[in-house]
Design a protein around this ligand. Structure first.
Ligand SMILES: [Zn+2]
Length: 406
């Protein structure tokens, strides 16, 4: 059951990109649009990050979209600096690529050691080991929404990175495009790690609460590497809300519609997302690639089997994602292709359809299943942790003079 794995390979984007998705153009403030002034997502550098969990490093890198040769070279370069037998499931990596997909650097974080690998002029990876006596500090901030959520959180002292993590974590339970209202309250707790006197190396979003007029109270608590709500249900759903981030629905699921190219009425068993050519398309859930083909109707398409029940299909792609071949395992959020207009399409868009038990289903109306809840054996520990943090978060969120603190 690959889908239920707790490995959170973050689909990252530059922060501005994620925020643009979350708050939409209208809600974006000037400072954010500076970082995110790229409607074409393929023009900026991209960051992928992940955790080893139980996988060897090269497997974890493959899941994060590395090519086979590249993943092996990176694992070899890192093995020269850290003892492979000492690796922990909590070890993390972070890779940055330029617009053409070239690897700029790969950082591997093992406890207080960081290995930084960068390609030399000959293309071979060079690696250095840094040991940081890291300091960890827990920070918290809270406030009230006034105007845009982004601006409200930023003025309460929440760093951009944490705002993005906050929104990503709540993305299945709060629609940040439409649901925030003035007067809603929020609180966030995060941990910052860094060497003394140097810039912060990492921030982990630990817990948050959002209390809104439209949403009611929503909570998130990091526990054993995943986020759970106060009822100990996982906040990560089996499916992403949409297979791409910069899009609008241009045609929904229907039993009969006028086909713009064929000029006849016929059923549309999927959802069309209008998006500019080249927009990355992500798999909505973990799964195995079962087809990578060219078809007269769907054009270049990818089909992914998620489990016994669900299969998804992505059509009219301009090209396929790096390493996407039949039989490859993909993690939720992995880029499997790019928006195009191959096949029977009037313009660039993604045709997306989902099959439930062998029948096409309307994705926008599917009741998306929870990924998992806290395992029975960990319930008591979770209750203790949430019993400690949540009351404090609620107090913070409701306090009249809600402001940044540390
Ligand atoms: Zn379609």
């Amino acid at each position: 059951m690959g889908i239920l794995t707790n490995n959170v390979v973050r689909r990252v984007l530059l922060y501005g990109g994620a925020a643009a998705l979350i708050w939409g153009g209208a809600r974006m403030n000037a400072r954010l649009s500076e970082q995110a002034a790229r409607p074409e997502p393929s023009t900026g550098p991209t960051v992928v990050a992940g955790r080893l969990d139980e996988h060897p490093l090269h497997k974890a890198l493959l899941s994060a979209g590395f090519g086979r040769g590249e993943a092996e070279a990176a694992a070899t370069a890192l093995a020269r600096r850290v003892d492979a037998r000492r690796l922990s499931p909590l070890d993390r990596f972070r890779a940055e690529r330029d617009a053409s997909g070239r690897l700029l650097h790969l950082t591997f974080i093992h406890g207080q050691d960081r290995v930084i690998a960068t390609p030399g002029p000959d293309g071979k990876l060079r690696s250095v080991l840094r040991h940081d006596p890291l300091l960890a500090a827990q920070r918290r901030a809270s406030g009230m929404v006034k105007g845009s959520l982004w601006v409200s959180m930023e003025s309460a002292g929440v760093p951009a990175e944490v705002i993005v993590l906050f929104a990503e974590t709540f993305q299945w339970t709060v629609d940040f495009l439409t649901e925030p209202r003035d007067g809603d309250r929020f609180a966030a707790v995060w941990t910052e790690r860094g060497a003394p006197g140097r810039r912060v190396l990492s921030r982990t979003f630990e817990a948050g609460v959002y209390e809104g007029r439209m949403t009611g109270e929503r909570t998130a608590l990091l526990f054993d590497g995943d986020y759970f709500d106060a009822q100990s249900e996982s906040l990560q759903r089996m499916f992403l809300r949409a297979p791409l981030k910069f899009a609008r629905v241009s045609s929904g699921f229907s039993k009969g519609r006028f086909h713009p190219v064929l000029r006849i009425n016929r059923p549309h068993h999927g959802t069309d997302y209008a998006a500019s050519r080249g927009t990355p398309v992500s798999t909505v859930a973990d799964g195995v690639v079962v087809a990578v083909r060219r078809d007269r109707g769907f054009g270049n398409y990818v089909k992914i089997k998620h489990d016994k029940t669900y299969t998804s299909l992505y059509g009219h792609l301009s090209r396929f994602g790096n390493g996407i071949r039949q039989g490859v395992h993909v993690k939720q959020g992995r880029v499997i292709g790019y928006v195009g207009s191959t096949g029977l399409a009037t313009g660039p868009h993604l045709h997306f359809q989902i099959e439930k038990n062998g029948r096409w289903a309307d994705f926008l109306k599917l009741d998306l299943p929870f990924a998992r809840s806290v395992p029975r054996a960990r319930r008591a520990a979770f209750a203790a942790e949430s019993g400690r943090l949540l009351p404090e978060l609620r107090r913070l969120a409701r306090s009249e003079d809600a402001a940044a603190g540390s």
